[in-house]
Ligand binder design. Sequence first.
Ligand SMILES: Cc1cc2nc3c(=O)[nH]c(=O)nc-3n(C[C@H](O)[C@H](O)[C@H](O)COP(=O)(O)O)c2cc1C
Length: 430
Amino acid sequence: MVKMLHFAWFGAPGAHYWNVPSAGIYDWRRGDLYMDIARLCERAFMDMVLFADIPAIPATYGDSNDHYVKHGLEVHLDPAPILAMMGGATRHIGLGATLSTSLYPPFLLARMMGTLDHLTGGRSAWNVVTSANATAAQNFGQNELPEHDERYNIADEYLDLVRRLWDSWATDAVLEDRERNVFADPAKVKPIHFAGKYFRSRGPLNLPALPQRHPVIIMAGTSPRGQQFAVTNADMVIAHKNSVQDMRAYSTRLRNQLTAAGRDPASCKVFFSIKPVMGDTPAMAQEKWAQNYEKADAESGLSYLSAMIGIDFSKYDLDKPLPPDLPVQGMIGKLLQYTEAKKDMTLREIAKHEGMHETFPICGTPEQVADIIEQTAIEGGADGFHFRVKVGDFQYLTEIVTKLMPILQRRGLARTSYAGPTLRENLFAF
Ligand SMILES: Cc1cc2nc3c(=O)[nH]c(=O)nc-3n(C[C@H](O)[C@H](O)[C@H](O)COP(=O)(O)O)c2cc1C
C-alpha cells in the first residue's frame, strides 16, 4: 500500500552557495530569495522550510577562522527574522529555525518563537540543538560548551521552562471585552517562578497562548543521549543517514524508545536527509553526480566536519579511516553517520562526501528517484524526507518542485493540499 510522505526544505541562510551556477540570480542577504523559496515549496505542498544555523564562524579547522571566511562557510543570517518574511509571503507552509539551548536565554527564545507562531497563525517549528562548537559558546561569553551529555541535561530543563512560559497564559485568557474594559482575565495569566538547576525565570510570557500552543519541536541529535532527549521532547526528528539499514536501525530504536516511555510511536515523525541528483536519462544523472563529486572541495568538507565534530582534521592522515576512539565532544551523530555505514571510508572520501553536502546517495531520472524515495521510506521506516538544498541553488529547488514533486503527488506519495492552517495539523494529518 502506498504510504503518504512528508517533505521539507532544509538549508542554511548563508553565503556558502556563492559559487553554484545559479548563485547570481539572488543576493542571499536579501529577503526576496527566501520569500521565493517559501512560495515555491508551498506550491509543492511541502510541510515546511527549516533553517540550519550555527551562530559563529568556526575556528576548528587549522585552529583559525581563515578557511571558513575564505570560502564563505557558516557565514549566516539569523534565521528568525527571515522566517517572519517567509511567513508573510505564504499561507500554509511551516517555518522552522534551529536555535541552541546552550546559547540563547530561554525567555528570549520562548518569546521569539511565540511571536513567530502568532505572526504566522501557528506555523512555527524549533529545531532544538545543543551546539557542538566552542566558537559559538565564546561568542556568547562562555569559555567552552558544557560536556556533551550535560548539554542535553541542560536542554531538558530549558524545554521544561519554555513550555511553562508558553503555558503561562490559558488559551481562553484573552477576553477583549469592551463593555467591561477587560483585555485579559488576570486569573488565567500566571507567573511561573521557575527556579531550576540551570535557569530561573519569573514569567508570565508577555504574549497570549500561541496558536499551536507550543511550536513543533524538532530534534536532530542521534547520539544515545540525544535520542533520549528526542523521546522526552520531540514532535519530529531529522537525521542524516548514509544507508537504508542505518535508517531502519535508527527509526526502529526511536519508536521502541517512544513506546517504552509511554508515548505513541506515531507522535514523533522521522525525517531523513536526501539530496537527489536528477537527469533526463540515468546516464545524464550519473554524469551530473560525477561532476558534483569532481567539483566537491575536500578541504571545505573537512573543515565542515571539523566544526561539527569539534576536532581539527587538518592534523589527520587523509588516506586513513577515522580512528575508532576519537574523543568527540561535538556532534556524535555526525561521526556515527560514517562509522555506522562504511567503516573503511578514508578521511579523504569522507571529506569529499561532506564537500558535496551528500547524505543518502540517490541518483536517477525523476521517476527513478521517486521509486527510490518510496522504497527507502518503506525499508528505512521514514515518515518523511527533507531535501538538503543550498540556499541560492534555485535551479535545483525548481527541479525538485517541478519535476520530482508532481511524480510523487501523482503516485499518492506526497500531499496535494494542506490539512489545516497550522504546521502541527499538517504534520500529524497522516
Ligand atoms: C539533519 C541535521 C541538522 C542539524 N542542524 C544543525 C544546525 O543547524 N545547527 C547545529 O548547531 N547543529 C545541527 N545539527 C547537530 C545536532 O542538532 C546536535 O545538536 C548536536 O550536534 C549533538 O548531536 P548528537 O546528539 O548527535 O551528538 C544537526 C544535525 C542533523 C542530523
